[in-house]
Design a binder for this molecule. Sequence first.
Ligand code: BG6
Length: 471
Amino acid sequence: HITLKPFPADFLWGAATAAYQVEGAYLEDGKGLSVQDSKNHSNAFHDTSVTSDHYHRYQQDVALMKELGLKSYRLSISWPRLYPDGKTLNPQGVAFYHQLIDELLKNQITPLVTLYHFDHPQALQDAYAGWYNEQMIDDFLRFATTCFTEYGHKVSYFMTICESNNVVLYPDLIGGVPTGIDVERWRFQVNRVMALANAKVINCCHRLLPQAKIGPCIGYAIAYPATCDPNDVMAALNEDEFRTFYPLDLLCLGRQNPTVINYFSERGLDIRLAQDELDLIASAKADFIAFNYYQSDVAKYCSQHQIQTQPKFNLAGQKGRYVYPQFPGLYAGASNPYLERSDWDWEIDPVGIRLACRKLYDRYQLPLMITENGLGAYDELVDGQVADDYRIDYLKKHLQQLQLAISDGVPVMGYYPWSFMDLMSTSNGYNKRYGFVYVDRTDTDLKTLQRYKKASFYWYQQVIQSHGQSL
Ligand code: BG6
């Protein structure tokens, strides 16, 4: 038992979305295609053309944010809306985000802007394979610089690249590995290019906007050993290092993890970065670490000789078992018998968020922001109401654990549940909903697109109003 500390006075009570998952208008006002638009075009549950129609209804949506009492809203800026071909600025795209940000400010909602949320211009993918190529660094810097110069006097919080670690682990998130390229080589190269781009963008932000705060973002599924067999404990350490600490050490400390260097070297890849690259990366000082937390993982010993299967998301668009990853010589994923699961087999682990905060702060000594946390579920609209008590239960338990982490002494700047409103889930379309606000549509039927406040909306409203005391 410890004495609970209150949430900090300036705590950012937020909620999050991402451009390609809510905006729609995928080809309007000069916008170019993103890799998400191309990837999802032919697939009903991944169709980005309308999604939640936020592009046309942002005023109504911001009014709902205001009613919810949000102090902050995490949005992402669509790169191909600003730079349709990756090179030429589209003034109409620039104007849209001015309007959206102005609307937020008019309603006293602080914007937190994600610069990259999986949606680079398809043109850059076609031209040189996107993040696999170093040319991406300058193109991303050009886009980010425009965001800083255009919106910097209105926005004080920026995130660079969303979940760069998961992008590297799950290449399908950003359009897959181009044919003929070895997946491990792709992983290493994308990680390197993203780390360099992240550093240049952070330095640029600090130069142009000394008052702004900017940080990288990772998805953190903290790893537990399957048993107290030291080999399993080693496997859990390997997973944490491989999935989370390797990229974050690079982004926040400018150093590479030796275990991971060895893992690749045994597979014929020298992933050591040049000294000038490490110096550049180390020169960029993040102001905070943003992390997305949904679930924890279990790791068990996996010998060099076990057969490797590629880790996969459940892309079935419906309930189905999660496929656990295997990295021979490092770890293999497993299920956790102590935890309940969501409709999509994601393990529900509120204590894990406290552990994650403790581990990250212990290692990096940087303030944290939880920029995603939430429960994807089948919600049902009945007589204009959604009784999502399961979501309230999930969020409440996670927030209680977050308050414990704060009481442990971890500086936490804000909490952004995923998601403000229903949106096109990255892996499961509109079957799987996360929002406080229900959007009336399915994967195949746009219906009315009308908004309905769920039970969780009223619950979160109370939490914010009471500054967490109602928890
Ligand atoms: C995060 C992404 O990794 O997970 C979001 O940043 C995504 O874009 C969220 O929506 C939940 O995943 P999913 O596949 O259930 O939508």
